[in-house]
Design a protein around this ligand. Structure first.
Ligand code: AMP
Ligand code: MG
Ligand code: MG
Length: 308
């Protein structure tokens, strides 16, 4: 019998369980103690065994269930048979109880592009800043990010033995975002969150121009968007290339689903069709509220240096 659920909602429900499984893998690699670190383009651009195993798990699990999807993962991995132990076949039934927004009800599998960051915040992961780490699965339709899942494997890891370790946040445009408590920074306070591992003069010039009350330097694009929706930061400012489509796709959906805005540093929307270049060459500017304040303060010199 054909499923009564739409392709999009089935995909989000599966992505939820698949991201959870990836989170388990991310924790297991640390517990086993061999990170298997490889330098990609530089000493701050790393890949670990957890990035590799989590991507294999996510991409193979998605492709088995949804063979017509376009799936783009961060890591360049050799094509090889994936161990059955890495496959997640489950789906999160709570998501299937939610209605699919009508504008997405006729979407077919082959129309969707999935952007996978199996482990966002790898540098911080290798340094033991474990709650900076997220697993990101973003879903795009007609070039627009419309649904996403963020697993945070080490959420609560310092909260004591009774706290539940890890959480999963999910969202669909037109439906909302779930798995966290929405909170805002007090009105009039400007707290900027930005990179801790990939800074340069452009990044700091742009942050300074925001005239912030406080600056948080933390790892991960997913982690910084979580700071925005939980009232820890009011703007995510990254005036540099380096961040890629798999970093922004899922986080952008969660932010947009609760009324926030993510663009490049010029104010342009990001596009997620399969042909798009992976690099967000013109940086990232994201806020939950007050977008215009931050956009108006980006210096012309920074804009000139960052070509979309
Ligand atoms: P960060 O805020 O430094 O954690 O960066 C957010 C995401 O963009 C992470 O996935 C980083 O790996 C990536 N990223 C940012 N800048 C660079 C860079 N210069 N080289 C490689 N990856 C970067
Ligand atoms: Mg990343
Ligand atoms: Mg990554």
């Amino acid at each position: 019998m054909a499923s009564s659920h739409t392709v999009l909602m089935r995909l989000v429900a599966s992505a939820y369980s698949i991201a959870q499984k990836a989170g388990v893998i991310v924790r297991r690699v640390i517990a086993e103690g061999d990170l298997g670190i490889v330098e990609k383009t530089s000493a701050t651009d790393l890949q670990t065994k957890a990035d590799r195993l989590a991507q294999m798990s996510i991409c193979s699990s998605l492709a088995r269930k949804f063979p017509k999807l376009t799936i783009i993962g961060e890591e360049d991995l050799p094509a090889e048979d994936v161990d059955q132990e890495l496959i997640e076949d489950g789906q999160w039934d709570e998501i299937l109880k939610q209605p699919c927004p009508s504008q997405y009800s006729a979407i077919k599998e082959e129309d969707l592009v999935v952007w996978v960051d199996p482990l966002d915040g790898t540098k911080e992961y290798t340094e033991g800043l474990l709650d900076n780490v997220t697993v990101l699965i973003g879903i795009a339709y007609e070039g627009k990010a419309i649904a996403g899942v963020i697993n945070q494997p080490y959420y609560n890891y310092q909260a004591g033995p009774d706290a539940v370790l890890g959480r999963t946040i999910w969202g669909v445009l037109g439906l909302g975002a779930f798995g966290f408590q929405l909170k805002e920074v007090p009105v009039g306070k400007h707290i900027v969150t930005t990179t801790r591992s990939h800074s340069n003069k452009l990044v700091t010039d742009c942050v300074t121009a925001m005239n912030p009350d406080d600056v948080l330097r933390v790892g991960g694009a997913g982690n910084k968007i979580i700071q925005l929706i939980e009232g820890k930061a009011s703007a995510y400012v990254f005036a540099s290339p380096g961040c890629k489509k798999w970093d922004t796709c899922a986080p952008e959906v969660i932010l947009h689903a609760v009324g926030g805005k993510l663009t490049d540093i010029h104010g342009n929307d990001l596009h997620y069709n399969k042909e798009v270049k992976h690099m967000n060459s013109a940086g990232v500017l994201a806020t939950l509220r007050n977008y215009d304040y931050y956009a108006s303060r980006v210096p012309e010199s920074v804009k000139k240096a960052l070509v979309p």
